[in-house]
Design a protein around this ligand. Structure first.
Ligand code: UDX
Length: 441
């Protein structure tokens, strides 16, 4: 089969919407499917329901081409698609470390009854190893076409803020397949991407599921490693910035994901390492990845330590002090506040009686909705009005570009805690500021 397969993308959240839009731009006929009518209506009218640079322009282009449509009907999806991508979320279960597979199961059960001819279902969601094998049985059991429907796993590695580029020009593609036919179908579904020379690893379903969690665990471990070194640096008055820069120059180590600071958050890294540790325990290899618990603990300690630094700088008392919190998103160029270290720190300081005011260039609406108890402002300078301390929590370039002299005009005290090593310490100190950062004296 060399003709272009028709694609459905089931789940039009962050991953699915990006995938559907990019595939249509690359030339495929694509049907986006979601149970959320509001989301479908927005996308169909050309609105991307989240912040992602470049995506609104591509959505307009895809809709204009007529190759991208949206529906809430699984019957329509079954009739339309040759390859069905599963892109639904797998959040952390409330009160547990395990992944919540409700949405994956629901999507498969909704689609399978309409699969009455040969088709490939491709999982992209991040799932506990073993899920694909179980889902294969569910699908083949429920689909009228039976074993003519196959399941493959094709993990997604896209980063928020770079989602378009990561989708169009990925570092690698992993094809977890059970047959040559499935591999050929996947190759046809990604032809323009593979034509760029993108390396493909063909493997089994379990390995493909594991690649994703192994990659995210490695990245999380690298961040927590450098943050653990920051703890040691603080104890002896050493400097984590110089230490990290020195390690980064060893090209076996490299500087990526070696930036010390407030640590990782977001919708992936924290929940993925927890779900992986949990799954490993279930299958009897908990010890192999028990270090991931430590990685998680180191990461949480950074948040607590940031609050401590603020308290120290304020002379031992947070209560009653005016605190400017710069940043709410879990990282810059994103409006995502899931497990955001910035808001965690802001809320803790608020809970301790600090008069915290938060500003973020993109995530303010989301933050306001999630944490109405916090106070917010319209700009970095606005929230710094009469502040006793400014705390940089997300390294937006807007904050980096602020002039220490201009900020000095509005604050009450020239004190700044740089939770992300985003500022030039010498410059701020030269301008008369008391500057503190994690892992530096
Ligand atoms: C991550 C993975 O990178 C991506 O491959 C996967 O598909 C989803 O999870 P994302 O959550 O978008 O992507 O963010 P990423 O850019 O990886 O950053 C994760 C967190 O780590 C952020 O909170 C960031 O601030 C933090 N981080 C990153 C550090 O603290 N130090 C670093 O050196 C790098």
């Amino acid at each position: 089969a060399t003709e272009s397969p028709r694609l459905t993308v089931i789940g039009t959240g962050y991953l699915g919407a990006t995938h559907a839009i990019c595939m249509a731009v690359l030339g495929y006929e694509v049907l986006g499917v979601d149970v959320d009518e509001g989301k479908i209506a927005k996308l169909a009218s050309g609105e991307v329901p989240f912040f992602e640079p470049g995506l609104p322009e591509l959505l307009a282009k895809a809709l204009e081409s007529g190759r991208l449509r949206f529906t809430t009907s699984f019957e329509e999806a079954g009739g339309f698609g040759d390859v069905h991508f599963l892109c639904v979320g797998t959040p952390q279960q409330p009160g547990s470390d395990a992944a919540d597979l409700t949405y994956v199961d629901a999507a498969v059960r909704a689609l399978a009854p309409y699969l009455d001819r040969r088709a490939l279902v491709v999982g992209k969601s991040t799932v506990p190893v073993g899920t694909a094998k179980r889902l294969t049985e569910v699908i083949q059991d429920l689909a009228p076409a039976g074993t003519d429907v196959e399941l493959a796993w094709n993990p997604e590695f896209l980063r928020e803020g770079f989602a378009v580029d990561d989708t169009m020009r990925p570092d690698r593609m992993v094809f977890g397949v059970a047959s040559q036919w499935a591999e050929d179908r996947l190759r046809a579904a990604f032809k323009p991407v593979l034509d760029l020379g993108t390396p493909v690893v063909r493997t089994d379903l379990a390995t493909a599921e594991l690649v994703k969690v192994a990659a995210n665990s490695f990245l999380a471990t690298k961040i927590s490693y450098i943050n653990a070194m920051a703890e040691v640096c603080e104890a002896v008055g050493a400097d984590i910035k110089d230490l990290a820069d020195s390690l980064a120059l060893d090209d076996r180590i490299g500087g990526k994901f070696l930036k010390p600071g407030l640590g990782f958050g977001g919708g992936c890294l924290p929940k993925d390492i927890r779900a992986f540790a949990h799954r490993a325990e279930e299958i009897g290899v908990g010890q192999a990845v028990s270090f991931l618990r430590e990685v998680d603990d180191i990461n949480r300690r950074r948040r607590a330590r940031t609050v401590d630094l603020v308290r120290e700088l304020l002379g031992g008392q947070i209560s009653g002090k005016r605190i400017a919190a710069w940043g709410a998103a879990f990282k810059p160029n994103s409006d995502d506040i899931r497990d955001a270290p910035a808001l965690d720190v802001a809320r803790t300081m608020h809970g301790l009686g600090g008069h915290v005011r938060v500003f973020d260039p993109a995530a303010l609406d989301n933050a306001r909705r999630a944490f109405p108890e916090l106070r917010y402002g319209d700009s970095a300078l606005d929230v710094a009005e009469n502040a006793d301390v400014v705390v940089l929590l997300t390294e937006w370039s807007d904050f980096r570009e602020i002039d220490p002299a201009a900020l000095a005009e509005v604050v009450r005290e020239k004190r700044i805690v740089d939770g992300r090593h985003a500022l030039d310490a010498e410059r701020w100190r030269a301008a008369g500021w008391e500057y503190r950062a994690l892992g530096r004296s």
